[in-house]
Ligand binder design. Structure first.
Ligand code: PLP
Length: 405
């Protein structure tokens, strides 16, 4: 297969209706090519401004600003809701993805009997939380490759990533939700690799519960608060296992008994991260302005370019595509598998100034967030990769491990 010329990537950039969004981000790359926005998204310029304003507010108003801050987890949830196909009042921004997953999975087990079903290859924190819960609540945990084949009742909960963190495979959210319901289970989705990258139709699919990170495709910054979704008709029936004062009716009456509010606010625990919420709001507003459908169209074109270049240049060098070939079956990153993937990834960072990440045993992930990634970035990132392997530069990298990969 003949490789696509760089001029073709340049033409795609020239015709890109989202091209203007790139300048809305801080770009201090020089010669660096950043293809790790699926791990940590870029900093929107507006975020720096909003954070500065909120810090100013803190400095000048101190505790008197709390009446303006206290509802931010719900208000920013409403800003984020359209990006995941939810209605106002169904999304809360709080805590981390791990903690939110625990809260919602625990709540689901209160109202459903039976096993927990999840994918054996899913993200570690999801598996660990479910392992812990299954052990604590004396439930069977079915960790399988294909969740649909493991739904023999009784099943309480099916928990799954919408886009797989390693392969980028996009799960059939509506189909799996329907299968879970048929088995009598609730469906809990991890949207960390889809929110802001792939249109997510939680409401249309009748999905029950969801969680997700905001620091990847939503560009809210390292450790920014995560989100959770609970379908409105389920909210009254579910209860968070963490009985914190931010969920309490008449919170400042500080009464003797826990009595959680109605609505999504009942899934709060403690004091929200006001600074973090400013960053989530800025990131979510930017993505909403770009529009889910336009983002998806560009994302498919970007990953398709990377797949074509893989076939032309990388496959002959011993690479294998870890990502589904059908565009409608993948998210916004591609996984490039190679037996020497760890050393190649290190060499890319240290010698070629390309920043991807590595997920064992053999996947180099190229994340291509459509809101700021250019087609020439995708082209150059694959071009540098093939040159590096052709020259054998990775063979000079020592085998080993790193604290963060
Ligand atoms: C699918 C998925 N879930 C959860 C997380 C992380 O959750 P937390 O923000 O709680 O560390 C990640 C992080 O990369 C992820 O990829």
């Amino acid at each position: 297969m003949a490789a696509v010329a760089r001029a073709h990537a340049e033409a795609l950039d020239a015709a890109d209706p989202l091209a203007g969004f790139r300048d809305r981000f801080v770009l201090e790359d020089g010669d660096r090519i950043y293809v790790d926005g699926n791990s940590l998204g870029r900093l929107p310029r507006k975020t720096a401004e909003l954070l500065a304003a909120r810090v100013e507010e803190w400095g000048s108003r101190l505790v008197t600003a709390w009446p303006d801050w206290i509802d931010l987890p719900l208000e920013v949830g409403d800003v984020l809701a359209p990006l995941v196909g939810a209605r106002p009042g169904e999304v809360l921004v709080a805590d981390s993805t791990t903690v939110n997953l625990y809260k919602l999975a625990h709540a689901a087990l209160d109202v459903r009997e039976g096993a927990v079903v999840a994918r054996a290859g899913d993200f570690p924190t999801d598996r660990y939380v479910l392992q812990g819960l299954a052990a604590q609540r004396d439930r069977e945990l079915r960790l399988v490759d294909d969740v649909r084949s493991a739904l023999a009742p009784p099943v309480a909960l099916v928990c799954l990533s919408h886009v797989d963190f390693r392969t980028g495979a996009l799960e059939d959210l509506a189909g799996v939700t329907a299968a879970a319901h048929e088995a009598g289970a609730l469906a809990l989705w991890d949207l960390s690799h889809s929110a802001g990258a792939v249109p997510v139709g939680l409401g249309a699919a009748g999905a029950d519960l969801a969680v997700g990170c905001t620091y990847k495709y939503l560009n809210a910054g390292p450790g920014a608060p995560a989100f959770l979704y609970v379908r409105s008709d389920l909210q009254e029936r579910l209860r968070s296992p963490i009985w914190g004062w931010f969920a309490q009716r008449e919170q400042f009456a500080m009464g003797p008994e826990y009595d959680p509010v109605a609505g999504i606010g009942r899934f709060q625990a403690g004091t929200p991260s006001v600074l973090g919420l400013a960053a989530v709001e800025a990131g979510a507003r930017l993505l909403a302005e770009a529009g889910s459908e336009r983002l998806r169209e560009k994302s498919i074109a970007l990953t398709s370019l990377a797949v074509d270049l893989h076939d032309a240049w990388l496959a002959p060098l011993g690479f294998e595509l870890g990502t589904p070939r059908r565009p409608d079956q993948r998210g916004a990153h591609v996984s490039l598998r190679h037996p020497d993937g760890w050393r190649i990834c290190r060499a890319l960072i240290e010698r070629a100034n390309v920043i991807p990440d590595f997920r064992g045993p053999d996947s180099i992930r190229y994340g291509l967030p459509p809101v700021y990634t250019r087609f020439v970035d995708a082209w150059d990132a694959v071009d540098r990769l093939r040159r590096l392997v052709e020259e054998g530069a990775h063979l000079q990298v020592e085998h080993g491990t790193a604290r963060v990969t």
